[in-house]
Design a protein around this ligand. Structure first.
Ligand code: AP5
Ligand code: ZN
Length: 213
C-alpha cells in the first residue's frame, strides 16, 4: 500500500507515521527527516535547506523534488511506502505523479490529520525528540519517565530548532496556502482523520481508514 500522510505542523504526522510503518511494514519517507539528516551532516543540500527550515519556510521545489527522486532510488519499496511531509505543494504533487505514473508506486490513500490550528502551538512548543532513536515525546501529553531522557535508550532529548512560535506561524501559513490544492488534486483518495483526540483514538481512525495490509 502507498500512503501519503498530511497535516499541519504538529498535527501528529511523525507520531502516526511510526505506527503506520510498524503495522503496515511500509517504507517511511519523511522529507523533514531527510532534510534534518542533511543539516546534521553539514552537506551542501543541508546548508541550503537550513536557511528555509529554521524560518519555517518551504525548501524550494527545485531542491526538494530531485532530492526525493534520488532518495526513492535508494529505497526498497516492494511493500509500499508512507510519504510524510511530501508532496507539500501542488507542483510537488504533480512532479511526484509524473515520476510514478503507470507504475505500482502511485499513491493509494491520502490520510489527512485535521486539527484546529490553535491547538498546534502547545504540541509544537512541548515536543521533545530523542537524539539517538528519534522517538517523539511531549512534555505534557507523552512525557518520558525521567525528564529529558529517552525511555527507550537513555539518550538525551532535544527540541527542534524550528519549534518556536515565530517559525510555527510561518509553517502554518505555508500549510494553509498549500494543503487545499493538494487535497483537491487527490480528492478521491483523501480520508480526513480527526487528529484532535488521544493518539490511541487517532490511530483507531487511521487503522479503520487503511483497513488490512
Ligand atoms: P516536517 O519535519 O515535515 O515538519 P512539519 O510538517 O512542521 O511537521 P512536524 O514534524 O512539526 O509535526 P508532526 O505532524 O510530525 O507532529 P508530531 O507527530 O511530531 O518539515 C520541517 C521543515 O522541513 C519544513 O518547515 C520545511 O522547511 C522542510 N520541508 C519538509 N518537507 C518539505 C517539502 N516537501 N517541501 C519543502 N520543504 C519541506 O507531533 C507533535 C507533538 O504533538 C509531539 O510532541 C507529539 O508527542 C504530540 N502529539 C502528537 N499527536 C498527539 C495527540 N493525538 N495528542 C496529544 N499530543 C500529540
Ligand atoms: Zn531514544
Amino acid at each position: 500500500m502507498n500512503i501519503l500522510i498530511m497535516g499541519g505542523p504538529g498535527a501528529g504526522k511523525g507520531t502516526m507515521s511510526k505506527k503506520i510503518v510498524e503495522n503496515y511494514e511500509v517504507t517511511h519517507i519523511s522529507t523533514g527527516d531527510i532534510f534534518r539528516s542533511e543539516v546534521g551532516n553539514g552537506t551542501p543540500l543541508g546548508l541550503e535547506a537550513k536557511k528555509y527550515m529554521d524560518a519555517g519556510k518551504l525548501v524550494p521545489d527545485e531542491v526538494t523534488n530531485p532530492m526525493v527522486k534520488s532518495f526513492l532510488e535508494t529505497q526498497d519499496l516492494a511493500n509500499g511506502y508512507l510519504l510524510d511531509g511530501y508532496p507539500r505543494t501542488l507542483a510537488q504533487a504533480k512532479a511526484f505523479d509524473e515520476l510514478v505514473k503507470g507504475s505500482d508506486l502511485e499513491i493509494d490513500k491520502v490520510i489527512t490529520l485535521d486539527i484546529p490550528f490553535e491547538k498546534l502551538a502547545k504540541r509544537i512548543t512541548g515536543r521533545r525528540l530523542c537524539k539517538t532513536c528519534g522517538h517523539i515525546y511531549h512534555v505534557d501529553y507523552h512525557p518520558p519517565k525521567v525528564e529529558g531522557i529517552c525511555d527507550i535508550d537513555g539518550s538525551e532529548l532535544y527540541q527542534r530548532k524550528d519549534d518556536t512560535i515565530e517559525s510555527l506561524e510561518v509553517r502554518l501559513a505555508e500549510y494553509e496556502n498549500n494543503a487545499q490544492p493538494i487535497l483537491d488534486y487527490y480528492k478521491d483518495k483523501v480520508v480526513i482523520i480527526n487528529a484532535d483526540q488521544s493518539t490511541d483514538d487517532v490511530w483507531k481512525e487511521i487503522e479503520s481508514a487503511l483497513g488490512g495490509k
